[in-house]
Design a protein around this ligand. Structure first.
Ligand code: NDP
Ligand code: 2IT
Length: 454
């Protein structure tokens, strides 16, 4: 680690104690952009890195809600408004018991660079709560969302901050949040993305993150004259991103042999075909069940419970060519990364945000595999959110084909930006540096243009 990075990180850690995920995300970007700062002293002079790693605003609030038995509960709500240099704050809301300030700051920080890569005018933000939607009734989730929005509405607006979904927030939650905003403000506006199709949502938004991660993998493979046809793929998660990554892998002729949830994973050597995927979608989205039910229905598959404290996750220890981690942060540790490459995996396209620990990323970079980091590979979701905002502003909607083709074009453009930036700054083939540098430059230049408040 250079002295500059070490000093910078000491300052970040002192100022933001007990936020390891935030430190991890910042360190990766600082390491990547050091060469840019060396070439362009104007960024150092204007303290762009110091400013970019300090949220413009952090909102923390109480969310009281009542359960079906009349019992009172209180959770903590957050919105991190990280950076608005290139557009209004934009980013998802996460509902998961692990949510805390540091996790949301890491996600908001990543979002700034990701949104910059999309080519669309969106700043970065993230929010959520430590509320656990698992096991709650629809009414309880609705009352929680109403409580959450009854505070959040003061801070957001269609030209200020536009939230969307993330872990634990899908169409159902966006509906309850939207209804509450509309009631309080008496205003029908594109305040959230991921809306239902008949009340302002965009076609392809549910599919966009998973499809985008697969388009990104296809672009990386194309640099070697290859495609996804016939490739065996490991997918983790079984939520929104994992489901549509699986669908697009099937479209492009690949085979998905794993899916997971926080309890464990299924391995189906015959592959998850379209019927099995439809079963998983119903299981997870409608019945809100567990992935273990897959093996009760399909005898070709086995289920393995995963101990989060174990030294590796057996999901990543199967023969395959491609991996699409699509569950959560730091789900691939260094041993998992070694297992992946030893099993023949040479394409990793991250549907999740920061799913690989830094030492695992080093394994991928040292082996020179095709490694697409989350902020590039999963940018398709927020990109179509940006397209949803455009359609809302126009009071218009594009067809499925139009949105999919724009998404595909954006993923190609992100891939190209990463390749070009990594080459220009001396690390060809390193998509981590490419994504960080390309994402950084656009935001940093906007901050310079706008002066000290930019
Ligand atoms: P969902 O809530 O739809 O699904 C999350 C999946 O990951 C579930 O299968 C869940 O299992 C599993 N999971 C969640 N937390 C953990 C954990 N701590 N350990 C193991 N498994 C876990 O979320 P999404 O599919 O939307 O999000 C998945 C990832 O993709 C996240 O990293 C998110 O930030 C990222 N992402 C999402 C985008 C979007 O548009 N939705 C856009 C870009 C990135 P279980 O059911 O047991 O909780
Ligand atoms: O991490 C992400 O990019 C998201 N959860 C999607 C954000 C959005 O505004 O669509």
């Amino acid at each position: 680690m250079s002295d500059y990075v070490a000093d910078f990180m000491a300052h970040i850690k002192a100022k933001n104690p007990s936020e390891p995920e935030f430190h991890q995300a910042v360190k990766e970007v600082v390491e990547s952009v050091t060469t840019v700062l060396d070439k362009h002293p104007e960024y150092r002079k204007a303290k762009v890195l110091e400013r970019i790693s300090e949220p413009e605003r952090v909102i923390m609030f109480r969310v009281p809600w009542m359960d079906d038995q009349g019992g009172y509960h209180v959770n903590r709500g957050f919105r991190i408004e990280m950076n608005s240099a290139i557009g209004p704050y934009k980013g998802g809301l996460r509902l998961h018991p692990s949510v805390n300030l540091g996790i949301l700051k890491f996600l908001a920080f990543e979002q700034v660079f990701k949104n910059s890569l999309t080519t669309l005018p969106m700043g970065g933000g993230k929010g959520g709560s430590d509320f656990d939607p698992k096991g709650k009734s629809d009414d309880e989730v609705m009352r929680f969302c109403q409580g959450f929005m009854s505070e959040l509405y003061r801070h957001i607006g269609p030209n200020t901050d536009i939230p969307a979904g993330d872990i634990g927030v899908g169409g159902r939650e966006i509906g309850y949040l939207f209804g509450t905003y509309k009631k309080i403000r008496n205003e029908f506006t594109g305040i959230l993305t991921g809306k239902g199709l008949n009340w302002g949502g965009s076609l392809i938004r549910p599919e966009a993150t998973g499809y985008g991660a697969v388009y990104f993998a296809a672009e990386m493979l194309a640099t070697r004259g290859e495609s996804l046809e016939g490739k065996t793929c490991l997918v983790s998660g079984s939520g929104n991103v994992a489901q549509y990554a699986t669908e697009k892998i099937l479209d492009l002729g690949g085979k998905v042999v794993t899916l997971s949830d926080s309890g464990g994973y299924i391995h189906d050597p015959d592959g998850v075909d379209r019927d099995k995927l439809a079963f998983v979608m119903d299981l997870k989205n409608v019945r809100r069940g567990r992935i273990t039910e897959y093996v009760e229905k399909y005898s070709s598959a086995t289920y393995t419970a995963v101990d989060p404290g174990a030294d590796c996750n057996p999901l990543w220890d199967h023969k395959a060519e491609c991996a699409f981690p699509s569950a959560t942060q730091n789900e691939i540790n260094v041993k998992d990364a070694e297992n992946l490459v030893n099993n023949g995996v040479y394409v990793v396209s991250e549907g999740a945000n920061m799913p690989t620990v830094p030492e695992g990323v080093d394994v991928f970079l040292n082996k020179k595999i095709l490694y697409g980091p989350g902020k590039a590979a999963n940018a398709g979701g927020v990109a179509v959110s940006g397209l949803e905002m455009s359609q809302n502003s126009m009071r218009y909607s594009w067809t499925r084909e139009e949105v999919d083709s724009k998404l595909h074009g954006i993923m190609k453009s992100i891939h190209k930006s990463c390749v070009e930036a990594s080459e220009k700054y001396g690390t060809p083939g390193n998509y981590v540096n490419g994504a960080n540098i390309a994402g950084f430059l656009k935001v940093a230049d906007a901050m310079l243009d706008q002066g000290i408040f930019g």
